[in-house]
Design a protein around this ligand. Structure first.
Ligand code: ENO
Ligand code: FE2
Length: 452
């Protein structure tokens, strides 16, 4: 029996420069910094927008380290006020010393040499039952069941290693916890989502999908692992997709195999958000493999620079991609842009206009639009179904992890046109980057700057 996952709780990052990532998440991506845990040995910081929560863990033991998160850069956006975590150190230190708990909670040190997003944490209804089931199925246990409490109740959790590179999963039960995040975390004052000015400018509601970069011919093993242990089911990206081969794009320089999965409970009935009365849509998992015939590509680059398989990107769902991209670009987020011809090509122009968008507006930030094939529209409505996406440049020092904004207007899958356009823009960036490094042009304009 598989573990019974009820919802995605947060995704953990392990980074060496917490200040940089915290700054980017708050000032550029407009996430709210809402909870923190700081001990003599470690710092853990939680950021959220809607139900999308990132837990940023400090990679090294920086004692006396001070994190300052500045306010927003733009005039209209007053962001989280400056916050010095050193102020809280004594308080959290006092709490933890009672428990003699100084190291990371809800995660483990991955001892990874580069910055990485590597723990996808789920809520489960019964930690003991899930643990027994996964242990009996032979899963590798990284942290056995553990109970953590504070004045607001308690949480139990354990951590298992997945079959994808350094990716692991914390499975936790927080049904007996009434605090804002997790026990031993301090809530930041004024962290209420309702008060956040960013909610309307960046209406991100949840994680839409998580994409893994995996080695060639490993997809079947990954699928099998998630089916067996978590009860994931196949999500067909395209109606012509071969069950065994996945969705294959293998021409014109694009060599990519995509296979997607979703977790069954969410796909069948949806999950209630703890704070809101609405139903939280599911988060899909996409496995990306590169194909050898088309030469080295972005998946290979990820595997090389990340030093193994892992989370390549995360799709953040937004109710208004144009507004969100505009706000983020203004704050300094850089997006991958397709070739300018993408927006002037007659067919695409017409497609964009038919969807009610201005090609010029979309082109400003590299937003891609795809119309879902007719067969997806059941029963066929008078309006078509669209998918809009835009991809940020890598957010760590290496060409590894990046974020994506995605808005679905009826379309539930992944658009072939968007994948091709994304692929080309990432390839162009990486080739430029390579040339740039090879020629050692230290005085040339940085490729990581500039608008579309
Ligand atoms: O289209 C999406 O959002 C995907 O997630 C598919 C995808 C996966 C990996 C790539 O390198 C490019 C595209
Ligand atoms: Fe994606």
């Amino acid at each position: 029996m598989a573990a019974y996952l009820s919802r995605l709780h947060h995704i953990s990052l392990h980074v060496s420069n917490v200040n940089k990532i915290a700054y980017d998440l708050v000032s550029k991506f407009k996430f709210d910094f809402f909870a923190a845990r700081l001990t003599e040995k470690t710092g853990q910081y939680a950021f959220r927008r809607g139900s999308a929560v990132f837990l940023v863990n400090e990679k090294s033991n920086l004692v006396g380290h001070e994190l300052t998160i500045p306010g927003g850069q733009s005039d209209e956006v007053t962001s989280v006020p400056s916050f010095h975590l050193t102020d809280n150190r004594t308080r959290i230190g006092d709490k933890t010393s009672e428990l003699h708990e100084q190291s990371l909670l809800y995660d483990h040190y991955p001892n990874y040499s580069v910055d990485t997003a590597c723990n996808v944490c789920f809520e489960v209804e019964n930690v003991e039952r899930s643990f027994n089931a996964l242990r009996d199925q032979g899963c590798q246990i990284l942290v056995p069941p553990k109970k953590v409490h504070d004045d607001n109740g308690f949480v139990t959790y354990f951590i298992i290693k997945s079959v994808v590179g350094n990716v692991c999963h914390t499975l936790l039960d927080r049904s007996k916890y009434h605090g804002i995040f997790l026990p031993q975390f301090d809530e930041l004052e004024n962290s209420s989502e309702l008060l956040s000015p960013n909610a309307s400018l960046c209406p991100i509601t949840h994680f839409d999908h998580i994409t893994y970069a995996c080695p060639r011919r490993s997809t079947a093993e990954v699928m099998k692992w998630y089916e067996k242990h978590f009860g994931f089911q196949r999500f067909f990206i395209d109606s012509n997709e071969d069950v065994n081969e996945g969705y294959v794009l293998d021409q014109d320089g694009i060599g990519l195999r995509l296979t997607a999965m979703e977790y069954w409970k969410c796909s069948e009935m949806g999950i209630k958000l703890p704070f809101k009365k609405s139903v939280e849509p599911d988060c899909k998992f996409v496995i990306a493999e590169s194909l050898p015939e088309q030469g080295k590509n972005q998946v290979d680059t990820f595997l090389e620079q990340h030093r193994g398989p892992g989370i390549q990107h995360i799709g953040l769902y937004t109710g208004d991609i144009v507004k969100t991209a505009q706000t983020m670009a203004k704050a300094g987020v850089e997006f991958f842009c397709p070739p300018p011809a993408y927006y002037s090509e007659v067919g695409k122009r017409h497609e964009i206009e038919s969807a009610g968008y201005d090609p010029q507006k979309l082109s400003e930030h590299g937003i891609l639009l795809d119309t879902a094939p007719d067969k997806e529209a059941t029963p066929k409505p008078s309006t078509e179904r669209y998918l809009l996406q835009v991809f940020t440049k890598p957010i760590f020092a290496e060409d590894t992890f990046f974020l994506e904004l995605i808005e679905r207007r009826g379309a539930t899958g992944f658009g072939e046109g968007n994948i091709r356009a994304l692929w080309r823009s990432v390839q162009a960036y990486m080739e430029n980057e390579k040339e740039h490094t090879e020629k050692h042009k230290s005085d040339s304009v940085s490729l990581k700057t500039g608008q579309c």
